[in-house]
Design a protein. Sequence first.
Length: 184
Amino acid sequence: MRVAQMRSAAAGAAIAVSVLAAPGCTGDHPMSPVSAGSTPQIRPLRSAIVLEPVVSQLRIPPPPGKAGRFTCRPGFAVLPGPGANPALCYKQTGKPVTITSAAVFAVEDLPPRWGLAITLPPGDRSALAAFSRRAVGHQIAIIVAGKAWAVPYVQTPLTHGTFEIPGLTRTQANLLQRSLVHTG
């Protein structure tokens, strides 16, 4: 499925993936590719990247003096994954975009932080630009294989067909890249 085709994600992973508020995503500073080799080619992904607009709110504590767990208000849910804040609940606010083909390469942001740079095929870039224009000022969840890897605020539209999944450790960047890119 191409970016231009939007679909809802499964209920368990309903909140999707995005990376737009971190440096490097909006052109605040250049990304540094990890390898000096050739630029990765755009290819089908092993796992889709789902970009989904979301809102978040604090989890509700148990009543005073009573034992129990923090909960979410109706319609909100905790997102699994290293990029979601466990103190927050999230709710989908619009249609997600699913990315199934892209070039993916690891980048070093501000050491020791890492990220993955994602470049879409030319035919999918206008759909990403339209989606991101609607999302400016709002949060986007970036989901890969049912896990939220980042939930940033969108600062500017993504008009060049590229974005970054920011705020990863080197190990997380390598793991996520392997889950997205066919190897061998």
